[in-house]
Design a protein around this ligand. Structure first.
Ligand code: CLR
Length: 385
C-alpha cells in the first residue's frame, strides 16, 4: 500500500515530495522532505564508509606481488559497499535524506592502530555547495596507502525510482618498497533508490564500476534481484591483466553479494572465499581539527549539532529553526564574498580541470568520460592549528 511505512500524519507530505521529485531532476539535495525521512548525518561523514574495515585498507600495503595487491584492493573496495549503501537501512530502518553540507564543511576522523595495522586518518571537505561536491583523503601513513577522491551526484527519476549517477572518482596510491607508487583509479556505481512508494527507500546498485591500474583492469558489474544470480545486491568482478601484462599475471572472476560474501568463480583460486562482511565493522572516531582537539564551527558534528539533536529527538521545529539559521548564515557569507569580490578559500584541496591519472588509466578500462576534473589534496595534515 502507498505510504505504508510513512507515519500517517506525514503521508500527504510524502505524496507531494514524490510528486515533486518526478518533476525536479538533477539535484535532490535541497528539496524539502517530511521529517520521518530525514537523517541527522551530513554527507560529509559518508567518506568514512571507505574505511570501515581498516585492516583491509592497510593489508593492501602488505602484499608481495602486483596480482595479490590488486586482489587486496578489490577486496577492500567490495567490502566498503555494505556500509556505503545499506547502513542507513540497518541503523535507521530505511535510506534517509542526509543533511546537505555547506561550503567548507569539514570532517576529521581516524581509526586507531590495532595489531600493527597502523593508524588511518580521514579528512573530508565540502568543496562545493551548489552542486554539492565532497572531497576526501584517507591515509594510512605508516603503511603508505592513501585514497583521495571527490564525489557528486546527478539524480533523475524513472519508473518510480530515483536514479543516482555518481560523478567523480577516487585514486588509491600505495608506496612500494622499491620506491615506486602503485596507482589504482576507482570509479563509482550507479544507484537506484527503490521502495519510495511505500515510504521505505533502499538502494540497489547497477551498471559497472572500475578499478584500473597500469597492470590490471577490473570491472565490477552490479545486479539486483532477478538478474544473474537472482539475488539482491549481486556483483561480478572480473580482473584481467592490462595490455602488455598478459603473460605474467592471472585473470580472476569473483561473484557473490556485496553485503555478505563472495567467492572466486574462475581462475586459479576458483571455489575459495573472496570477501566476507558478515562480521562487525569499525566506525570512525571523529576528531576535532584544532590542535587542542576542539571542533571548529564548520566541523560537521559541531555545525549540525542542534539540527541533528532535533531530528534524533523528534523536535522538528528546533531542527528546522536551526537549519534555517545555518542556511541564512551561509547566504550572508556568499553575499559578503560577492560584495568583497572574494571567494571562499578551500582548506585542504585545490580544484584542477583534469586528472592525468584518470586520463591515463581510464583509457585502459575504456572508462567514460575520457577526462574528469579533480581536487588535489594539499598535504597539510594534520589539520588546523
Ligand atoms: C554519497 C557517496 C557515498 C555513497 C552514497 C550513499 C548514499 C547516497 C549518497 C552517496 C548521496 C546522496 C543520496 C544517498 C542515498 C539517498 C541520498 C543519493 C552516493 C539522496 C540525496 C536523498 C534522496 C531522498 C530519499 C531517500 C527520500 O560514498
Amino acid at each position: 500500500q502507498a505510504g505504508e511505512a510513512v507515519p500517517p500524519a506525514q503521508r500527504s507530505s510524502w505524496a507531494s515530495f514524490l510528486k515533486s521529485i518526478a518533476s525536479v531532476s538533477g539535484d535532490l539535495s535541497s528539496m524539502t522532505c517530511p521529517p520521518f525521512i530525514l537523517s541527522p548525518v551530513s554527507l560529509t561523514e559518508f567518506p568514512a564508509y571507505w574505511c570501515e574495515h581498516p585492516e583491509l585498507f592497510s593489508a593492501i600495503a602488505d602484499q608481495k606481488s602486483e596480482e595479490q595487491r590488486t586482489l587486496a584492493v578489490v577486496k577492500w573496495f567490495i567490502s566498503t559497499l555494505k556500509g556505503q549503501y545499506t547502513s542507513r537501512n540497518e541503523s535507521m530502518g530505511s535510506e534517509k535524506k542526509p543533511l546537505n553540507p555547506v561550503l567548507g564543511e569539514l570532517f576529521y576522523g581516524k581509526w586507531p592502530d590495532i595489531n600493527g595495522r597502523g593508524e588511518t586518518e580521514l579528512l573530508v571537505e565540502q568543496v562545493s555547495h551548489h552542486p554539492p561536491i565532497t572531497a576526501y583523503a584517507i591515509e594510512n601513513k605508516s603503511k603508505g596507502v592513501k585514497l583521495v577522491g571527490h564525489n557528486a551526484q546527478k539524480t533523475s527519476f524513472s519508473g518510480g525510482s530515483i536514479i543516482v549517477k555518481q560523478l567523480g572518482h577516487a585514486t588509491l596510491t600505495v608506496k612500494l618498497p622499491s620506491g615506486d607508487v602503485a596507482e589504482y583509479l576507482i570509479t563509482l556505481p550507479r544507484l537506484r533508490i527503490d521502495g519510495l512508494w511505500y515510504g521505505a527507500p533502499y538502494i540497489e546498485l547497477s551498471e559497472t564500476s572500475w578499478i584500473v591500474s597500469k597492470s590490471y583492469v577490473c570491472s565490477v558489474e552490479y545486479k539486483g534481484k532477478g538478474y544473474f544470480s537472482g539475488k539482491t545486491h549481486s556483483f561480478k568482478a572480473t580482473l584481467n591483466p592490462a595490455p602488455g601484462f598478459g603473460g605474467s599475471l592471472g585473470s580472476h572472476v569473483v561473484e557473490g553479494t556485496w553485503h555478505t560474501t563472495s567467492k572466486f568463480t574462475s581462475g586459479p583460486k576458483t571455489g575459495l572465499e573472496f570477501h566476507n562482511v558478515t562480521g562487525p565493522k569499525e566506525e570512525v572516531t571523529a576528531i576535532g581539527g584544532h590542535t587542542s582537539g576542539e571542533m571548529g564551527e564548520l566541523e560537521t558534528r559541531q555545525l549540525w549539532k542542534l539540527v541533528a539533536k532535533g531530528i534524533r529527538e523528534g523536535d522538528f521545529d528546533m531542527a528546522s529553526r536551526e537549519k534555517s539559521k545555518i542556511e541564512n548564515d551561509q547566504r550572508q557569507r556568499r553575499k559578503d564574498e560577492l560584495a568583497a569580490g572574494t571567494k571562499w578559500p578551500l582548506k585542504h584541496f585545490v580544484h584542477v580541470d583534469s586528472d592525468p591519472t584518470y586520463e591515463r588509466l581510464g583509457k585502459l578500462g575504456k572508462i567514460s568520460p575520457a577526462t574528469e576534473d579533480m581536487y588535489v589534496f594539499k598535504e597539510n595534515w594534520p589539520p588546523v592549528a
